[in-house]
Design a binder for this molecule. Sequence first.
Ligand SMILES: C[S@@+](CC[C@H](N)C(=O)[O-])C[C@H]1O[C@@H](n2cnc3c(N)ncnc32)[C@H](O)[C@@H]1O
Length: 205
Amino acid sequence: MGWYGDWVLPRVINVACGMQVGVPLRQRVCEQLHGRVLELGFGSGLNVPYYPAGVTAVDAVEPSDLAWKLAGKRLAASSVPVRRSALDGELLPYGEDSFDTALSTWTLCTIPHPAAALREVRRVLRPGGTLHFVEHGLAPDEDVRRWQHRLEPLQKRLFGGCHLTRSVGDLLTAAGFTLTELDVFYEKGAPKALGADSLGTAVSG
Ligand SMILES: C[S@@+](CC[C@H](N)C(=O)[O-])C[C@H]1O[C@@H](n2cnc3c(N)ncnc32)[C@H](O)[C@@H]1O
């Protein structure tokens, strides 16, 4: 990705995604995790403090070495064993039915081929396993969508390929997940053009 993507962007994301406003959403999306967990786009480990007691181990999927390094203190303070065992969500090195639950927070916007990543998550989740997610994406309102389409090229350049106009629910259902919970809302304090957050649970089928 070059110097900016390797050395600057992970620090920017660590600060931007680490803001207090995200904490209740992280708590909410993590609360039903249990057993062996796959975390897609682990970033700098901002979800680690919110893993509940029923989580036995976490496999982190994260391409950025610096993001993983920035997670150091949170990992040291965690009682849950976390290992970075894959770099790319589109090609997971695990067998079928390996995980009880999976977690994705503000990651499907950035993965180049989210459909491929979701197919992989579904493959490695056990039957009936659940994906817990909070993602920003296409807004429900047409006037906001127009702004999202205008701003997306700039957003992608500045934030490592982050898209504004992906439809999270549609991506999940197209990958074969069944949505069992879906809450769509504008995040407090965030510019509306970032889109609406989709927070929920999807079953692997
Ligand atoms: C906006 S950040 C969110 C990080 C973290 N999930 C959080 O909530 O703070 C998007 C993350 O997706 C990661 N990412 C990008 N491409 C990826 C891929 N192909 N597979 C897995 N993660 C990827 C980035 O490195 C980055 O850490």
